[in-house]
Design a protein around this ligand. Structure first.
Ligand code: NAP
Length: 364
C-alpha cells in the first residue's frame, strides 16, 4: 500500500525553487493536490501562471514569510496528507553561518513541530537533504564511494572552528548536515507523539531545464548556474582545460529525476525512516562539453530560429575526451534508491539536450 496516493494533498515548502517547481508539476500531473509555501505573494505569481488554469482547485499556495519563526508552518500543515520540506538557502554567496544554518535547521525542525501539533492526517514527511550532508572531502587522488551510512561531520566542525572563514560551500554543507541530523533527532525524541514517519532525499548536483521563475542566466539557481557557466557561457567555459577535465569529480542528477525521487519517497511504504542518495553519474565538465557538441546537430532544428550561428559556434569545446579515467574521489552508491524507490535516470544526452533547448531558447 502506498503511504499516500493521487488525490491526497501534499504541502511543499519553498515551492518556487528550481527543484520544487518540478516537484509541483510531477505531483499535479499524478493527480495530487498541492499546497506550496512561498515567502511572499510575488513569488507565487509565476506558479499560478503555470498551474492555476490547468489544475484549478488542486493547486494553492500560502505565505510563510519567515521559516525560522516559532509556529511558522502551523497553518500551512493543516489538512495535508504529507509534506515535502524543500525550503533552505542554497547559494555560494552565503556570507556567514547565520545566513544559512538557522533557516536550514529551524525551518526543518519548525515544520516537523507544526506537523506534530496540527498535521493530524500527515503520514509521511520528506525532507530534501543533500550529498552535502553525506560527503567529506578527503584525498582527491583516491577513489571513494559514499553511501547512506556516511555523514558529513567535517563541514560542521570547520564552521565551528572558522565561522564565516570556512567559506560559503562549507557553510552550506554544514547547514544540510545539521538540518538533517536535527530532523532525525526530532523524530527519535518525539516518536510517541508523531503520526508520520520521516524520509530524506539526498540528491547530488541537480541540473537540467528550468520551470521556476528566473530573470536572467546570472540568476539561475546555484547548481544549474554552475553548469551553464562552464558548459554554455558564450566564448569561454570560464575554466581552464585542465580544470574542465577534472572538476568536479562528482555526480549530478537531472532535476526531473530529482523531482520523481521526492514523489516516490512520499509514496513508497518501505522508504519510511530511510535516507536516499539520488544521483545519476560521475562526471567531469569536459564530458558535458563533449555531449553538447554531440547533440547539437540533432537539436538545432528545435532551437528558435533567431539564435545566431555564432552563439552555437561560441560554445566552449575544451579538449574532447579529456578527463576520462579521472579519479572518482566523490562517488555515490545509489543502489538503495533503485531498490526501494525504483529510481531510474535520464541519460546525460537527454539532460544536455533539454537544457540546451531551454537555456538557448531563452536567449541565454
Ligand atoms: P533554489 O532554487 O534556490 O530554491 C530554494 C528554495 O528555498 C526557494 O523557494 C527559496 O525561497 C527557499 N529559501 C531559501 N532560503 C530561504 C530562507 N532563508 N528562508 C525561507 N526559504 C528560503 O534551490 P534548489 O536547488 O531548488 O534547492 C532546493 C532544496 O534542494 C534545498 O533544500 C537544497 O539544499 C536542496 N538541494 C539542492 C541541490 C542542487 O544541486 N540544486 C542538491 C541537493 C539538495 P526564495 O525564492 O524566497 O529565496
Amino acid at each position: 500500500m502506498p503511504v499516500i496516493q493521487p488525490g491526497g494533498k501534499v504541502l511543499v515548502s519553498g515551492a518556487n525553487g528550481f527543484i520544487a517547481v518540478w516537484v509541483l508539476q510531477t505531483l499535479l500531473e499524478k493527480g495530487y493536490s498541492v499546497r506550496g509555501t512561498v515567502r511572499s505573494a510575488s513569488k507565487a505569481a509565476h506558479l499560478d501562471s503555470l498551474f492555476k488554469e490547468k489544475y484549478a482547485e488542486k493547486w494553492e499556495w500560502v505565505i510563510v514569510a519567515d521559516i525560522t519563526k516559532e509556529g511558522a508552518f502551523d497553518e500551512a500543515v493543516k489538512s495535508v496528507d504529507a509534506i515535502l520540506h524543500m525550503a533552505s538557502p542554497f547559494n555560494y554567496q552565503i556570507t556567514s553561518p547565520e545566513e544559512a544554518i538557522p533557516p536550514a535547521v529551524e525551518g526543518t525542525v519548525g515544520i516537523l513541530k507544526s506537523a506534530t501539533k496540527f498535521g493530524t492526517g500527515i503520514k509521511r514527511i520528506v525532507v530534501t537533504s543533500s550529498i552535502a550532508a553525506i560527503l567529506e572531502v578527503g584525498d582527491m587522488t583516491v577513489p571513494h564511494m559514499f553511501t547512506e551510512e556516511n555523514w558529513n561531520n567535517q563541514a560542521p566542525a570547520l564552521v565551528e572552528a572558522h565561522g564565516a572563514d570556512a567559506g560559503p560551500l562549507v557553510v552550506y554543507c554544514a547547514s544540510k548536515t545539521l538540518a538533517e541530523k536535527a530532523a532525525w533527532d526530532y523524530c527519535k525524541e518525539n516518536k510517541d507523539k508523531i503520526s508520520w514517519d520521516l524520509t530524506t532525499v539526498n540528491p547530488s548536483f541537480v541540473l537540467g531545464p528550468i520551470l521556476h521563475e528566473v530573470a536572467s542566466a546570472e540568476a539561475i539557481n546555484q547548481s544549474a548556474r554552475d553548469w551553464y557557466q562552464a558548459v554554455l557561457a558564450p566564448n569561454s567555459s570560464g575554466m581552464s582545460d585542465e580544470r574542465l577535465a577534472r572538476e568536479p569529480s562528482g555526480s549530478y542528477v537531472d532535476v526531473r529525476d530529482a523531482a520523481a525521487a521526492h514523489v516516490l519517497a512520499l509514496e513508497k511504504e518501505a522508504a519510511g525512516g530511510e535516507r536516499f542518495l539520488i544521483s545519476t553519474n560521475f562526471y567531469v565538465y569536459q564530458a558535458w562539453l563533449d555531449v553538447v557538441q554531440d547533440v547539437l546537430p540533432s537539436i538545432q532544428a528545435a532551437l528558435p530560429a533567431n539564435i545566431p550561428v555564432s552563439r552555437l559556434a561560441s560554445l566552449p569545446k575544451g579538449v574532447r575526451g579529456a578527463g576520462k579515467g579521472a579519479v572518482r574521489a566523490l562517488d555515490f552508491d545509489v543502489r538503495k534508491a533503485k531498490r526501494v524507490l525504483g529510481m531510474s535516470y535520464k541519460s546525460m544526452a537527454e539532460t544536455a539536450e533539454d537544457s540546451l533547448k531551454d537555456y538557448l531558447g531563452r536567449g541565454w
